[in-house]
Design a protein around this ligand. Structure first.
Ligand SMILES: [Zn+2]
Length: 309
């Protein structure tokens, strides 16, 4: 259980203006109070829905940092460059954003570790010159505006949003960017298979009606950005925010977590793939109650480790 003081503190991580306001559709998901787990076979495209056919679309939280990191690397960002995290970073130039926070000071870290430990202060500094246009173009290329497994896309920002500051998108807290769980799982699949490969069109075995508009997605990553994302997701499981997912490393998972505030509570997601060396499965778990450490990670751990793959 989370104690109230910690809850209050964690909530402060998301207090960057009104951009984190929860919407009524999120409230509906929350009202159901049910976690959602989805997985797919990266060779066949088969999608499993062990918890039912829901695929909620909510703000992705720190999962969005994967997109920001890919944009940075492909724009020539020096992956050895370090920034200091003192636990708080004042965002200059964008008054309504105020400050971003981390749960504790991460110290000096590079992009790979910043992703593995999901350091908000690093990303606020590293993405100062990343435009929302560039972020959204990468998100679109990675399927976050496209239908998936016969379902329409979750909410994707309108063109006007491209002139807004990028940080709310980088942190996955913008109210107009809500990819669904299937799209986030597909993102994990694209990172897993890497550039030069094509992910099959994802489909449910119960409903093999592929929509004409769905095409196999090419992996819109370079070798360098894919390697950075893959290795940081692996480090997340070994040492970072997903370290309780598979402590004995039975499945060789690579993953990324995200937590968003939801009224007085939190909701969280985790996406990932395994086994790391020869990826066969990708997954997404959404938990309507609790941070990723308290909810999404342990719930995904229970499901993945109790299944015969
Ligand atoms: Zn930090």
């Amino acid at each position: 259980m989370v104690d109230l003081n910690r809850r209050g503190f964690i909530r402060s991580l998301f207090s960057i203006g009104s951009i984190g306001a929860a919407s009524s559709s999120e409230a509906q998901v929350q009202a159901k109070g049910k976690s959602v787990f989805l997985w797919c076979d990266l060779h066949s495209g088969h999608v499993g829905f062990p918890t039912g056919l829901d695929a909620p679309a909510i703000r992705p939280g720190s999962i969005a940092k994967l997109i920001a990191a890919a944009s940075l690397v492909e724009d020539g960002f020096n992956t050895n460059l370090q920034f200091e995290c003192t636990g708080t970073y004042k965002v200059s130039g964008v008054k309504e954003l105020g400050e971003v926070h981390c749960q504790f000071a991460h110290g000096r870290l590079d992009l790979r570790r910043a992703l593995a430990f999901s350091c908000n202060c690093f990303f606020a500094q590293a993405t100062r010159s990343l435009t929302t246009r560039a972020f959204l173009a990468k998100a679109r290329a990675l399927g976050l505006a496209s239908p998936v497994a016969g379902r329409s896309s979750g909410l994707f920002p309108a063109l006007e949003s491209e002139t807004k500051p990028s940080l709310p998108y980088v942190l996955g807290l913008a109210a107009d960017f809500k990819p669904n769980c299937l799209q986030l799982m597909r993102l994990a699949g694209l990172i897993a298979i890497g550039p030069g490969e094509r992910l099959p069109v994802l489909h449910s075995s119960e409903n093999f009606e592929l929509k004409d508009r769905e095409k196999p997605l090419a992996v819109a990553l370079t070798r360098k950005s894919a390697e950075l994302l893959r290795s940081s997701m692996r480090l997340s499981v070994q040492e970072g925010t997903s370290s309780k997912l598979d402590p004995q490393d039975k499945m060789q998972i690579a993953a990324k977590t995200g937590t968003t505030d939801h009224g007085k509570k939190f909701q969280s997601q985790i996406i990932g793939f395994f086994p790391y060396d020869k990826p066969r499965n990708a997954f997404c778990l959404f938990s309507p109650a609790g941070t990723s450490v308290d909810a999404a990670v342990p719930e995904a751990s229970n499901l993945i480790l109790s299944t015969s793959w």
